[in-house]
Design a protein around this ligand. Sequence first.
Ligand SMILES: Cc1cc2nc3c(=O)[nH]c(=O)nc-3n(C[C@H](O)[C@H](O)[C@H](O)COP(=O)(O)O)c2cc1C
Length: 405
Amino acid sequence: MTRTRLKTTFNNIELENPFLLASAPPTRTADMIKRAFEAGWGGAVTKTIGLQGATNVRPRFGFLKERARVVGMTNFELISEKGLDLWVEAIGDVKACFPDRPLVASIMGSVEFAEWEILALAVQSAGADAIELNVSCPHGMPEQHMGAFMDQDPALIKGATAAVAAAARVPVWVKLTPNVTDIASMALAAKEEGADAIAAINTVAGLVGIDLDTFEPIPSVSRRGAYGGYSGRGVKPIALRAVSTIAATTALPVSGCGGITCWEDAAEFILAGAGTLQVCTAVMLNGFGLIRDLERGLEEYLERKGFDTLSDAVGRALPHIGDYASLDPDVDAYARVLSEKCNACGNCVPACFDGGFQAISMNGEAARVDAELCDGCGLCASVCRVGAIEMVPGHRPPSTAEASS
Ligand SMILES: Cc1cc2nc3c(=O)[nH]c(=O)nc-3n(C[C@H](O)[C@H](O)[C@H](O)COP(=O)(O)O)c2cc1C
């Protein structure tokens, strides 16, 4: 089914929808990418290609769970185990089967920047529609002066970008790490050297947990662990910040990535300035079929909000995002309990008592807010599981205690 609002162009590349598989295990082989295209993905970024294939350790994934639900995962997977020659074949294979479906080749060389050029020329000749520079792996191959050796150094990112931009006829995307203080300056460095777009974010450096019995980090490889890259739902706020900052600062097209799990996430990234979207962890957990919900949900959202095209929605949140100093401290707000919805669970009481302003108490069948004590911070509304507390903007009522709406 064609969803007309989702059609878009990014760096003059036409896409049926903005959803690309991110560079990761789901794009490990030509067959997997072809299956994803059959399922409806708008495009794909290959697993990162080096001159030689890498050798992985196992196991290499760890999970942060809330009850049975995965909040995020860490990995210390390296770039593709296949070298450049096999990828040249794989890219040709995918493009022969899906000539109109954008395939982006992710590449990684070392600080010998001529390697980046060799990789770029090879994947371009094989048929890649764009080249994504992976200068952002937080853990892999620093001993070879790749990945984690260069991800936080703008001079090295410039070197790789310049080498590829000089050689490439197809658009050059630079994929950045969030593990820096100022990601916008990294994006500007890439722009100066000819990047056509920025992809953000790669994984967040992390350690997902420690086994309480064995004292070993998770995952453990023969009783040892290592810092890895954190991804999935939990990184969405970091990614949204990165995408919006880069979009506002560089005016380059941004391919947003990091924690996209459902269509609502996708819509948020678009509003924050992303022109395309990349998904990895949610696909690893749910499979390629996820695209159906993403597409349907985003199309319906655009229609509901009156956007004829996806590009009309790109960046619509940006005028509302700024520094803290731009916020007005004189704007007042207070919490109001909707007594007909409140189930008297009492969740909000300790939150307000010990984490806030001691403004909420239980009043028989419903919570009760003392409007004079209420600071308007919003904690109670966040911990309420049934949506029975709303934050009311403006001046609070003069009474000392407000029991309900
Ligand atoms: C197991 C795994 C392997 C990954 N391998 C690569 C890679 O080879 N190249 C790359 O640029 N990013 C790689 N990534 C990062 C993802 O492409 C993506 O940027 C990150 O996971 C955030 O997106 P997500 O929250 O949708 O997973 C990998 C991520 C995971 C979880």
